[in-house]
Design a protein around this ligand. Structure first.
Ligand SMILES: CC(C)(COP(=O)(O)OP(=O)(O)OC[C@H]1O[C@@H](n2cnc3c(N)ncnc32)[C@H](O)[C@@H]1OP(=O)(O)O)[C@@H](O)C(=O)NCCC(=O)NCCS
Length: 185
């Protein structure tokens, strides 16, 4: 497995693979994936865009992650902003990198790929804070939650409902640079 940094055009060239990994990892239906495909394509052009991917020896995409500068007018930013009070907005959103997607194919999960992708992505990120959203789940057994907690992410909002998605999400954040806890610590 090889971790690579992607430019916007690299992601756009591999958009079919990216959407397939996303769909497998999140267990989303085909119809929803078509809509997501359009969003992901447009995200690659946003300011502060940074992306990483993990490629197999044959060049298949085993995982990917990307983010960009969070800014007013973006749907996610505006949803989160509307749920925060003024001091929290200032603290979290004034100079913020949003981790938009981070996924690993189910068959490749649990081998440290997600951690490597997140570490590399955050090392390239610009901003004072980093925010992300992840479905609510058991913190002890969910890979995503274990990963984010080890990277020092704390709760910004819990049980948050985005319009159009019936699942509850947590918004997690932390300051940049990231300091990781030792595994098992
Ligand atoms: C979340 C995700 C990106 C993590 O990638 P990964 O390569 O599977 O993760 P890693 O191997 O780096 O391990 C992450 C954590 O899960 C733990 N883990 C590994 N196997 C596990 C298992 N079978 N059960 C529970 N936790 C496990 C690891 O020990 C690590 O926790 P630690 O830091 O406390 O040691 C990936 O699992 C994924 O795509 N999941 C589905 C989509 C998703 O939830 N995306 C992120 C939310 S938007």
């Amino acid at each position: 497995m090889r971790l690579v940094a992607w430019q916007p055009d690299d992601l756009l060239r591999r958009l079919d693979d990216v959407v397939a990994v996303y769909g497998e990892a999140m267990g989303y239906r085909k119809e929803l994936l078509q809509t997501r495909r359009g969003y992901i394509g447009s995200h690659a052009r946003r300011p502060g865009f940074r992306a990483v991917a993990t490629l197999t020896a044959e060049g298949r995409v085993a995982g990917f992650g990307y983010g960009y500068t969070s800014a007013p007018g973006q749907w996610w930013h505006d949803q989160v902003r509307s749920a925060l009070d003024e001091p929290a907005r200032h603290r979290w959103l004034a100079d913020c990198f949003e981790v938009v997607e981070l996924h690993v194919r189910p068959a490749a999960q649990g081998h440290g790929i997600g951690a490597r992708q997140l570490r590399a992505l955050l090392a390239m990120a610009e901003g004072r804070t980093v925010l992300l959203s992840t479905p609510e789940a058991d913190e002890q057994t969910s890979r995503a939650w274990r990963l984010y907690r080890r990277f020092g992410f704390s709760d910004v909002l819990r049980h948050f409902l985005f319009p159009g998605d019936e699942r509850a999400f947590a918004i997690l954040g932390r300051e940049i640079p990231i300091v990781e806890r030792q595994a098992g610590g």
